[in-house]
Design a protein around this ligand. Structure first.
Ligand code: TMP
Ligand code: MG
Length: 213
């Protein structure tokens, strides 16, 4: 029996936009429907991801191009060590951030075409949701969650990043801008509708490894 590769779904947006909440809500919803789902994130918790977090917390200093290369390397490792394997085994993979984060955040300082170039070999998601939430709301949420502010969390930077996300929503395939300035359930409802349109095959991981049962 041939197993169709499962969908790779990505959430994008500003920090505090609600993308982690929505990734989790989608995971729960798909699991209730009987699918096996793996929720992951970038930067990862791996070796390169840990380096990146040091830079974001301003504990390490690297130039903008090197940081962009670190994000791209973290992503390639993520794809080759985790994502592809799971998709092939019948697991739906949801990632909290992926390459549009690099285009939106790093392009504040680095040419976007170069960023697209260094991410050229990354697989294209089946669906990308950009959770669009006004920066002043994001900043309010960030400040109630913790005290320290990371590299990209100042409001004027967030305004610019939001504009780039809007452009990307128009340019990129299978990418949808979702109004995040609403109750969690309303945001989720729009997302679930789009995911339904994927018509994900009902082949579960167990069936794919036990084809004759
Ligand atoms: P997080 O707070 O969602 O863990 O993400 C950490 C920060 O890293 C967030 O501000 C977005 C930023 N980021 C980039 O600048 N480029 C990227 O490629 C990724 C994945 C994240
Ligand atoms: Mg953050």
């Amino acid at each position: 029996m041939e197993t169709k590769r499962m969908p790779f779904i990505v959430f994008e947006g500003l920090d505090g936009s609600g993308l982690s909440t929505q990734s989790f809500e989608l995971k729960k919803w798909l699991e209730k429907k009987g699918y096996e789902v793996y929720l992951t994130k970038e930067p990862t918790d791996g070796l390169i991801g840990s380096l990146i977090r040091g830079v974001l917390r301003k504990e390490l200093e690297v130039d903008a191009k090197t940081l962009a290369l670190l994000f791209a390397a973290d992503r390639m490792l993520h794809i080759n060590n985790t994502i592809l394997d799971l998709l092939d085994k019948g697991v739906i993979v949801i990632s909290d951030r992926y390459r549009l984060s690099s285009y939106a955040f790093q392009s504040l300082e680095v040419d976007i075409d170069w960023l697209k170039g260094i991410n050229e070999k990354s697989i294209t998601p089946d669906l990308t949701f950009i959770i669009d939430t006004p920066p002043f709301i994001c900043v309010k949420r960030i400040h109630t969650q913790r005290f320290h502010v990371e590299l990209y969390e100042e409001i004027d930077k967030l305004e610019k990043i939001r504009e780039i996300y809007h452009e990307l929503a128009k340019e990129e395939s299978n990418t949808f801008l979702i109004d995040g300035n609403r109750p969690i359930k309303s945001v989720s409802a729009d997302i679930f509708k789009k995911v339904n349109e994927l018509k994900i095959s009902k082949v579960s991981r167990n069936e794919s490894i036990l084809p004759f049962l």
